[in-house]
Design a protein around this ligand. Sequence first.
Ligand code: FES
Ligand code: FES
Length: 158
Amino acid sequence: MPSSVRMTVNGKAVSGTVEPRTLLVQFLREHLGLTGTHVGCDTSQCGACVVHVDGVSVKSCTMLAVQAEGAKVTTIEGLANGGLHPMQAAFHEHHGLQCGFCTPGMIMSAIDLVKHNSDPSEQEIREWLEGNICRCTGYHNIVKSIKAGAAAMRGATK
Ligand code: FES
Ligand code: FES
């Protein structure tokens, strides 16, 4: 039976009627039109669907919309605040993307990493990204981007 769900997405209160099996990523993309969150595998392998739920990165294909009831959700669309988020700017500047399919998930995961570890080493970045798959870049520029994004985020909070 469909049920109603309410949450805050990118600072806005939203609600909708969903099937019990509706995934959070489907709610975001299909009900709210927030198509910046991508679906690569649907089986929790690729990380293209990462969003923040109550500040923590979550693969939104692994969570039901109803499980996010009352939560604060941030998607890639919610990051830019009068200009690119420092992590987005770093990916742009350091060529951290090619086709861009994995990029929203990479950026959301990277921001969560930097919240835990403000100056991650290359090794720590590579370990953190184990759940994020990129089929294009070979990761070198992604790691470089995250290093630069972390430095910019440190600067922004000083
Ligand atoms: S679509 Fe969610 S992990 Fe791939
Ligand atoms: S840039 Fe193409 S999948 Fe990562």
